[in-house]
Design a protein around this ligand. Structure first.
Ligand SMILES: *Cc1c(COP(=O)(O)O)cnc(C)c1O
Length: 455
């Protein structure tokens, strides 16, 4: 089926086109760290799909209706009603972004030493569990460990392992299912798995929450891949998922196609009262939670647009198209491709570069030098463990590069340019050098480190 974006362009923004020499100079200035590039040095930016989407005309118009009243703004009620209709939860709190909802929820629910168990915690989710005195445990399903396995729901949690944890000696304070599983390759979670998790949590009286940043993309993949859902709308599937849980946290920088925002949504009144107090102390009054009225309006409109089948179909087709082109060029990707990002298997493409010389980072850097494409590694630079001398003692399980696809921003021809650039690099992979770290902070070093190629 031909891929066609179900929208036309109304406002344009030029993208910088640089020469190879200019890109080389930019990389030297950035100490070979894509995070240190400036936007005007980047031709196609695939660093993140978070807050990078394009607003619709309807969202912009909604923004103009923004009611900036301190308490009880009309915009809050439009936002609340939209989220409540979507999720079925009665208590809706806006927050400035997803991690604020995580902090408030874990702070209210977790007691020191308690476990938060997940299919895979997103980085900020894990950090907020730890900051709340909890312990984050990931139990991805066994199929997720094999990058080439085309199992349709590699975002599922390992149900046997979850049951064992709930029956075991540890004190499980919460179960969080991330839909789709961002940390696990953007893979979807099946309704069957969510249903089984809900049942286990009910039996053990443990709260069950969704991290719903990509609830619409998960719903779309359920419709495509899970028997029994083909005739459902994305909204219906999303609602069935929310119905199973006690509440949800969400970053609305993803599936609300907006630049900033999030929510904490709860079923239970007592917990809501507690969370509301923290919300007011740290984010803002309960009717704005750190957001402007115009943000609340644009979020409500984005939440309606993101569940439109034509939009989701085109977005899924775009990622699938990119995956086909990349694979035709001989580059392996994490199978099966999801929607919000494509993950390249850099370890397989660059076998001459050992994990200690960061094949994922090497490929990401090369894609910038070759075509001005910015993306990030998910490999040993980010996830590896080192000793006090900076020697890699535990490599990441895989050396990947993530190409995140912003929503409604790039066209098919942009993605074909990305595929051509990857194909160009893949023709002579042995020319790609490894990298060594020159200077790195102790925490989250991939954001700030300075590295250099090993010639
Ligand atoms: C982005 C994201 C978050 C954190 O949300 P922010 O809006 O960036 O604070 C949490 N969970 C998942 C799955 C995400 O993708």
């Amino acid at each position: 089926m031909p891929l066609m974006e179900p929208y036309r362009v109304k406002v344009v923004e030029p993208i910088p086109i640089l020469t190879r020499a200019e890109r080389e100079a930019a990389m030297v200035r950035a100490a070979y760290n894509p995070f240190s590039l400036r936007a005007d040095e980047v031709t196609i930016d695939l660093l993140s799909d978070s807050g990078t989407g394009a607003l619709s005309a309807a969202q912009q118009a909604a923004g103009m209706r923004g009611d900036e009243t301190y308490a009880g703004a009309r915009s809050f009620f439009r936002f609340r009603d939209t989220v409540s209709e979507l999720t079925g939860y009665p208590h809706i709190m806006p927050v400035h972004q997803g991690r604020a909802a995580e902090r408030i929820l874990f702070g209210a629910v977790l007691k020191p030493g308690q476990l938060s168990v997940s299919n895979t915690h997103f980085d900020t989710t894990r950090a907020n569990v730890i900051l709340s005195g909890g312990v984050a445990v990931d139990l991805p399903c066994p199929e997720a460990a094999d990058l080439d396995n085309a199992y349709p729901f590699k975002g599922d949690i390992d149900l046997a392992a979850l049951a064992a944890k709930l029956d075991g000696p540890d004190d499980v304070g919460i179960v969080v299912m991330t839909i789709t599983n961002n940390g696990g390759g953007g893979q979807p979670v099946s309704m069957a798995n969510l249903t089984a998790v809900a049942k286990l949590c009910r039996e053990h009286q443990v709260p069950f929450f969704l991290d719903a940043a990509r609830f619409a993309e998960n719903a779309w993949l359920v419709i495509q891949r899970e028997p029994g859902y083909a005739d459902h709308t994305p909204q219906q599937v999303a609602r069935l998922a929310f119905d199973l849980a006690d509440g949800a946290v969400a970053s609305l920088k993803k599936d609300a196609i907006a630049h900033m925002g999030g929510f904490l949504a709860l079923r239970e009144e007592g917990l809501a009262k507690h969370c509301e107090a923290i919300l007011i102390a740290t984010e803002g009054f309960r009717t704005y939670g750190g957001l402007a009225g115009r943000d609340l309006e644009m979020l409500a409109e984005g939440l309606r647009e993101v569940v439109e089948p034509d939009y989701l179909r085109a977005r899924a087709a775009a990622t699938a198209h990119l995956a086909e082109l990349v694979k035709a060029a001989g580059v392996s990707v994490v199978e099966p491709p999801g929607i919000h990002a494509l993950y390249l298997n850099a370890g397989r493409l660059l076998p001459h570069i050992p994990p200690s010389e960061f094949p994922g980072h090497a490929l990401a850097t090369e894609l910038y030098l070759a075509g001005g494409i910015r993306c990030a590694e998910l490999g040993s630079l980010y996830l590896g463990e080192e000793d006090e001398n900076g020697v890699l003692v535990k490599p990441a399980p895989y050396e990947l590069v993530r190409l995140a696809i912003p929503r409604r921003v790039y066209t098919q021809s942009h993605l074909e340019y990305v595929a051509e650039t990857i194909a160009e690099v893949a023709k002579n992979p042995e020319r790609v050098p490894g990298y060594r770290v020159v200077e790195a902070p102790a925490l989250l070093r991939h954001f700030n480190c300075r590295v250099e190629p090993i010639r």
